[in-house]
Design a protein around this ligand. Structure first.
Ligand code: AMP
Length: 409
C-alpha cells in the first residue's frame, strides 16, 4: 500500500482526501477541533506538493428513514459543514480553504474546476446524500470522477463501507489511479495493530472494557479473550455480567437478552475476565439538586439503587493488574464519568497508566474513554489515544481488517 509520502508530482492533480471532520459541535460551535488538527499533516503535505485538495467528511447523523422532510432538513442544518471549513481555514492559514455547500452536480464540479494548485476545497457533509451510507454506485462514480488521486485519512470512518470511504477508492483503483493512506491512518493502524497482534514481549496484555452495552462489545470481548491475558470489565456493562452470575444488581442497567452470553463468556474466560468487586451506587442517577444517596457497596446492590462506577477496592485491584502489563488496550469509561461523583473509576485507569510511566504500550481506543482521557488531562500518559472508537473496536474484532483500508490493498 502506498502512502502520502510516496505521492509526488501532484501539481495540477485533483486529490480527493477522505478526512474525519466529524467534530463535536452544536449550532455551528465546535467544542473540540482535535479531529481537524489530526488531519493537518496529510493536508499540508499534499497542499505543499501542489495538489488541488478535495476534502470529504461526514458530520453527525442524518436519519434518512425519517418520513417528515422538514425534520430531515433540520438534521441537515444541524450538521452543516460550513463552520468546520472556517475552523480549518483558521488552523491552516498558509493555504486557501474554500467551502462547497453542494454535495453533487454542477456547483460541486465548478468548485473543483476553480481550484488552483495548493488550494483546499471542503465539500458539504457527505451524509447530505442519501446514497452515502448505502455506498450508492452512482454517487461514488460522480465523486470519483472529480479526482485523480485518492487518500484515506479518516480512521474514525474506516470501519464503514460507504460511498465516500469504499465506493470512491474502488472505482479509482480500477481506473489505475493512485490510492494511498494518509499520516493519521498510518499512525492509527500501526498502533492498533500492536493490540491486534501482540508479541511475547507484550505479555501480560491487559484489556480494560467499559461503557454502556455488552451487546456493543460482544465481538470485541470474544476477540480480546483470544489475544489478551486478562480483561477488566467496568461501566454499566459489568452489571449484565453480575446479574448473569446470580448477583442482585438493583436497578442498574442490564441487558437481559445478553445474560446467557455473559454467563458463557465469563465461564469460558476461566478467571481471565475480571468483574468489579464493589461499586459506587446511587438512588438517583440524575442529580436534581435535592440531594441523593451515594454509597459504596460490595456484592448485591439493593433495590432502588444502581451501580454508577467501580468502587475503591475494584480501582485498586484493576490498578495492580495494570501495573503488571506490557500492553494495554482500553475502551469505554468505568462509570458515569460525565458526573463528578462518578469519575473516580475512570480516573483510576488513567492514573494506573500514568504510573506505568512508559513501561507498557498503552492504547486508549477512542470514543468516550478518549474524551475522558483528554478531559482529565492524561492524554500525554498514553502511547496512543485513537481518534476512532468504532474503528478501533472493529479493527480488533476483525483481526486488523477495516473496509476503508482493505479496499486500498
Ligand atoms: P459507550 O458508548 O458504550 O462507551 O458508553 C459510554 C457511556 O456509558 C457514558 O456516557 C457513561 O456515562 C455510560 N456509563 C458508564 N458506566 C455506567 C453506569 N454504571 N451506569 C450508567 N451509565 C454508564
Amino acid at each position: 500500500m502506498i502512502t502520502v509520502k510516496d505521492l509526488n508530482d501532484l501539481s495540477g492533480k485533483r486529490v480527493y482526501v477522505r478526512v474525519d471532520f466529524n467534530v463535536p459541535q452544536k449550532n455551528g460551535v465546535i467544542r473540540d477541533t482535535n479531529r481537524i488538527v489530526a488531519a493537518l499533516p496529510t493536508i499540508r503535505e499534499l497542499a505543499d506538493k501542489g495538489a488541488k485538495l478535495i476534502l470529504m467528511s461526514h458530520l453527525g447523523k442524518i436519519k434518512w428513514k425519517e418520513p417528515d422532510l422538514a425534520k430531515i432538513e433540520a438534521m441537515k442544518k444541524a450538521n452543516d459543514m460550513a463552520p468546520v471549513a472556517k475552523a480549518l481555514a483558521e488552523l491552516m492559514p498558509e493555504h486557501p480553504v474554500h467551502f462547497c455547500p453542494a454535495t453533487r452536480g454542477k456547483e460541486l464540479k465548478d468548485a473543483v474546476d476553480a481550484l488552483k494548485d495548493g488550494e483546499v476545497l471542503l465539500v458539504q457533509n457527505t451524509r447530505y446524500e442519501k446514497g452515502e451510507e448505502k455506498n450508492d454506485p452512482a454517487l461514488a462514480k460522480e465523486w470519483a470522477s472529480l479526482a485523480d488521486v485518492y487518500v484515506m485519512d479518516a480512521f474514525g470512518s474506516a470501519h464503514r463501507a460507504h460511498a465516500s470511504t469504499v465506493g470512491v477508492p474502488s472505482i479509482l483503483k480500477e481506473e489505475g489511479k493512485p490510492v494511498a493512506l494518509g499520516f493519521l491512518m498510518l499512525k492509527e493502524v500501526a498502533n492498533l495493530t500492536k493490540c491486534v497482534e501482540p508479541e511475547e514481549s507484550d505479555r501480560p496484555y491487559i484489556a480494560v472494557l467499559g461503557g454502556f452495552k455488552v451487546s456493543d462489545k460482544i465481538k470485541v470481548i470474544d476477540s480480546l479473550l483470544k489475544k489478551c491475558d486478562k480483561i477488566l470489565i467496568g461501566g454499566a456493562m459489568a452489571y449484565t455480567f453480575k446479574k448473569a452470575l446470580g448477583e442482585k444488581v438493583g436497578s442498574s442497567p442490564v441487558e437481559d437478552d445478553q445474560l446467557d452470553y455473559a454467563k458463557r463468556c465469563y465461564e469460558e474466560a476461566n478467571g481471565r475476565l475480571l468483574l468489579p468487586i464493589d461499586s459506587v451506587i446511587t438512588d438517583k442517577f440524575e442529580d436534581d439538586g435535592s440531594g441523593r444517596i451515594i454509597l459504596t457497596k460490595e456484592g448485591d446492590i439493593p433495590d432502588g439503587f444502581e451501580g454508577v462506577d467501580i468502587g475503591p477496592k475494584t480501582r485498586e485491584l484493576y490498578k495492580q493488574e495494570l501495573l503488571k502489563a506490557h500492553l494495554v488496550f482500553w475502551n469505554g469509561p468505568m462509570g458515569v464519568f460525565e458526573q463528578e461523583e462518578f469519575q473516580s473509576g475512570t480516573i483510576a485507569i488513567c492514573e494506573a497508566v500514568r504510573e506505568l510511566d512508559g513501561h507498557a504500550f498503552t492504547v486508549c481506543g477512542g470514543g468516550d474513554s478518549a474524551s475522558a482521557v483528554k478531559q482529565f488531562g492524561y492524554k500525554e500518559d498514553f502511547s496512543h489515544v485513537s481518534t476512532g472508537g468504532g474503528a478501533s473496536l472493529e479493527m480488533i474484532e476483525n483481526d486488523g481488517h477495516l473496509p476503508g483500508v482493505d479496499v486500498l490493498k
